[in-house]
Design a protein. Structure first.
Length: 178
């Protein structure tokens, strides 16, 4: 009986270690890792497999596989829920705010760094009335704000939208869609 209790304690410690490892991997993936979760087992753990611990290790593997599967399902479900709850009118307005090559140019410039009004006009090759019009459109949707030092900068929302557009462009292979 003492051996069984010892084995259960070992299993509990392994599960706790695995749980901590999953939390670290998830935190790293959220911080901008490569989006995948990896679990490493030291070679000595694999080599030390004894008949008495095979069941425990199989159980840990089964749990690990179930957790991975659950994480994938929950991630997909979370995205599906976001799509289902997305208000179409707000999404359309947001896309309209950048559905113009000059505004995209300005957003890309501001993605790189904060800029003054005149720098935006010069770098985007736009006249003052156009700069005013496009900046106001971007500000209205909360994509651009006035910086503390003067000039303009992308908001967090603006940065996210520019990144999303870049990813969409990459996913579509940069092809023009009719």
């Amino acid at each position: 009986m003492s051996k069984d209790i010892e084995n259960l304690k070992e299993l509990r410690d392994e599960l706790r270690s695995f749980k901590d490892e999953i939390r670290r991997e998830l935190a790293q993936a959220r911080k901008g890792g490569n989006g995948s979760i990896r679990v490493d087992l030291p070679a000595d753990e694999v080599e030390q497999t004894q008949a008495s611990s095979v069941v425990a290790k199989d159980l840990v593997k089964l749990i690990r596989d179930n957790v991975r599967s659950s994480l994938e399902e929950k991630g997909q479900q979370a995205v599906d829920d976001l799509v289902e709850g997305m208000p179409e009118d707000k999404a359309a307005d947001l896309l309209k705010s950048l559905a113009n090559t000059e505004r995209i140019k300005i957003a890309k410039l501001l993605y790189i760094s904060k800029m003054s009004f005149s720098d935006i006009g010069t770098n985007a090759d736009l006249k003052n009335p156009s700069v005013i019009y496009h900046i106001n459109s971007l500000k209205k949707m909360g994509l651009v704000s006035t910086s503390d030092q003067g000039g303009y900068e992308l908001t967090r929302r603006g940065r996210l939208l520019v990144r999303t557009l870049a990813l969409m462009n990459e996913a579509l292979g940069g092809e023009q869609i009719d």
